[in-house]
Design a protein around this ligand. Structure first.
Ligand code: SF4
Length: 96
């Protein structure tokens, strides 16, 4: 087993289920942004939105709590946070 303190995580949004309420943007505006289509997208540290379906961005460690809270409170159940190493979802609708 790895002894690393924190595993690298990434996050993506299923826009098909996004309600556009903007809760995620309130929690973590560094990672989520509403586009002009009214749907939320993940955003990289270059401030560019990732608009390809299923596109992910890394979860910055200082924002982990905000991103996890977003996934928990997302009314569309469409924020997915997964482990980079094996793509297992840890927070979100497909987490165990
Ligand atoms: S919280 Fe969920 S449903 Fe609301 S804007 Fe963000 S991704 Fe969309």
């Amino acid at each position: 087993m790895s002894n690393e303190v924190v595993e690298a995580l990434e996050v993506w949004i299923d826009q098909d289920l996004c309600t556009g309420d903007g809760i995620c943007v309130q929690y973590a505006p560094e990672v989520f942004e509403l586009d002009i289509d009214g749907l939320a997208y993940v955003k990289g540290d270059d401030a560019e939105l990732r608009q390809a379906p299923g596109a992910t961005v890394p979860v910055p460690l200082p924002l982990l709590t905000d991103v996890v809270d977003s996934a928990r409170d997302c009314p569309g159940d469409c924020i997915h946070v997964r482990r980079v190493s094996d793509s297992v979802e840890l927070y979100g609708p497909d987490a165990e």
